[in-house]
Design a protein around this ligand. Structure first.
Ligand SMILES: NC(=O)c1ccc[n+]([C@@H]2O[C@H](COP(=O)([O-])OP(=O)(O)OC[C@H]3O[C@@H](n4cnc5c(N)ncnc54)[C@H](O)[C@@H]3O)[C@@H](O)[C@H]2O)c1
Ligand SMILES: [Zn+2]
Length: 369
C-alpha cells in the first residue's frame, strides 16, 4: 500500500491518497468527526460489483448512509443528472455535515465532484476511483466537470477531495477495453514525466493487457507524475497543460466520431500524431516516437485512425488551450520531458503541420482502427 499526499491549495500538507489493494479499509482513518452522514454517489456497475463493501465501511463511520446510483456512460455527466441528484439529496434533507463519497470511474468522479462543489455551496467529499483511468488521472488534481452539447467538460469547478482511496482490487473487474483506456493514460504520464517508467512499461509489454495486471510500483509512479505536475500548477496556469499530451488530437477524434472511438484509444492515436509533430517542431528523436508507437501497439492501443483530417478540424478549433486563434499542443522534447517551458508549456502549431502529421500516421504500416 502506498500512502501518498496530494498537494491541494488551501489544505496544509495536502490530502491523503491511499493506493493499493485494501485501500478502502482506510475509510475510518480518513473519516472526520464532523461528518455525520454519507451520501454515496456511485456508478451503477461499480456499485453492483463493489458497493456492498463500501456501504459496510460507511456504516461504521456515519449515522446515515444514502446511496445515489448514476447510470454508466459519459452522457450522464450532465446537468440533468447533477440536478436530479441534488434534488434527491435536498429531499433527503442532507445538510453540510454530509460527506459526499464518489465511487466509480471518471464520469462519476467528475459529476460527484461538481455536486460536492455546489450542493449547499459545498460539501466535503471523498473519491473512491474504480477504473484505471480514474486512479491515474480523474481522481487527482481537483477538476470536476459536466458536459454540454457544445462540448465536453465545459462546466466545472476546481474542488479538491478530503482524501482519495484507490483500492486496486476493484480494477480486476474492469472490461479489457476500459483497462486499455487507462493504460493509455499511464503511457501518457510516462511520456510526460518519467522516462524510466516508460522503459519499465516496455519491458512489461503485453503482460500488462490483463485487467488488474499493472504492478503497484509502476502504478504509483504514473500517479506521481500527475501529482508532481498538479502540485506545481494546481489551477492550470501553465505547466499543468503538459498533461494534455495526446488530448488535443484525441478529443477532436472523439468528437469527430461521435465518441465511437473511446477516450483511451483516441488519446493513443492523439499521442502518436502529436509525437509526429514533436519530431518536426521540438526535436523529439524519431526513434523515441517509434518507441511510443510500438508500446501503444503492444498494449493493444491504436496509433492511427482512418478518419479524414477535415473531420477533426472543426473540433480542433474549440480546444480549451487555444489562444489568439492558434492551435496549441503540449509536446514531448524527449520521452519523459516536455517542451515549451518558456512558452507556457504549449507550442503553437499550424493546421497544415497537424494535417501532415495526421496523414503521415494514417499512411504508416499497421492496422488502422
Ligand atoms: N477530472 C479529471 O481530471 C479527469 C481526468 C481524466 C478524465 N476525466 C474524465 O473521466 C471520464 C472517463 O473516465 P473512465 O474512463 O473511468 O470512464 P467511466 O467512468 O465511464 O467508466 C468506464 C466504464 O467502466 C465501468 N466501471 C467502473 N468501475 C468498474 C469496475 N471496477 N469494474 C467494472 N466496470 C467498472 C463503468 O460503469 C463504465 O461503464 C471522462 O468523462 C473524462 O472527461 C476527468
Ligand atoms: Zn485523458
Amino acid at each position: 500500500m502506498f500512502r501518498l499526499r496530494c498537494a491541494a491549495p488551501g489544505a496544509a500538507g495536502g490530502h491523503p491518497l491511499w493506493l493499493g489493494p485494501g485501500a478502502l479499509d482506510g475509510l475510518p482513518a480518513v473519516w472526520r468527526p464532523g461528518w455525520h452522514a454519507a451520501a454515496l454517489v456511485a456508478d451503477a456497475t461499480a456499485f453492483r460489483l463493489h458497493g456492498a463493501a463500501v456501504v459496510r465501511g460507511l456504516r461504521r463511520c456515519a449515522g446515515t448512509v444514502r446511496v445515489y446510483e448514476v447510470p454508466p456512460g459519459e452522457r450522464h455527466k450532465s446537468v440533468a443528472t447533477w440536478l436530479r441528484l441534488a434534488d434527491r439529496m435536498l429531499a433527503d434533507r442532507l445538510d453540510r455535515g454530509t460527506c459526499l463519497v464518489a465511487l466509480g470511474g471518471g464520469v462519476t468522479l467528475d459529476l460527484a465532484g461538481f455536486l460536492a462543489a455546489t450542493y449547499l455551496r459545498g460539501l466535503d467529499h471523498l473519491l473512491l476511483p474504480t477504473t484505471l483511468l480514474a486512479v491515474v488521472d480523474a481522481s487527482l488534481g481537483g477538476k470536476t466537470a459536466l458536459n454540454r452539447p457544445a462540448g465536453k467538460n465545459l462546466l466545472g469547478a476546481f474542488r479538491f477531495p478530503a482524501a482519495v482511496l484507490a483500492d486496486t482490487r476493484l480494477l480486476e473487474t474492469l472490461a479489457p477495453r476500459e483497462w486499455r483506456g487507462g493504460l493509455a493514460e499511464v503511457v501518457k504520464h510516462a511520456a510526460v514525466g518519467d522516462a524510466d517508467l516508460f522503459g519499465r512499461l516496455e519491458r512489461a509489454g503485453n503482460g500488462l493487457r490483463r485487467p488488474g495486471s499493472l504492478d503497484l510500483d509502476l502504478l504509483a509512479r504514473a500517479v506521481r507524475v500527475k501529482l508532481e505536475v498538479v502540485a506545481r500548477d494546481p489551477f492550470e496556469r501553465g505547466r499543468r497543460s503538459v498533461l494534455n499530451f495526446g488530448h488535443t488530437v484525441g478529443h477532436a477524434l472523439e468528437a469527430a466520431t461521435g465518441h465511437r472511438v473511446p477516450h483511451g484509444a483516441a488519446v493513443a492515436v492523439g499521442m502518436a500524431v502529436e509525437a509526429e509533430v514533436a519530431v518536426e517542431r521540438v526535436g523529439l528523436p524519431a526513434g523515441e516516437r517509434e518507441r511510443l508507437v510500438a508500446l501503444l501497439g503492444t498494449l493493444g492501443l491504436p496509433a492511427r485512425h482512418d478518419a479524414a483530417f477535415e473531420r477533426l478540424r472543426p473540433h480542433l478549433e474549440v480546444d480549451k488551450k487555444r489562444r489568439d486563434g492558434a492551435i496549441r499542443l503540449s509536446l514531448p522534447a524527449r520521452l519523459g520531458r516536455m517542451a515549451g517551458g518558456r512558452t507556457g508549456w504549449t507550442v503553437p502549431v499550424g493546421a497544415a503541420a497537424l494535417r501532415r502529421a495526421w496523414e503521415r500516421r494514417a499512411a504508416a504500416p499497421g492496422r488502422a482502427r
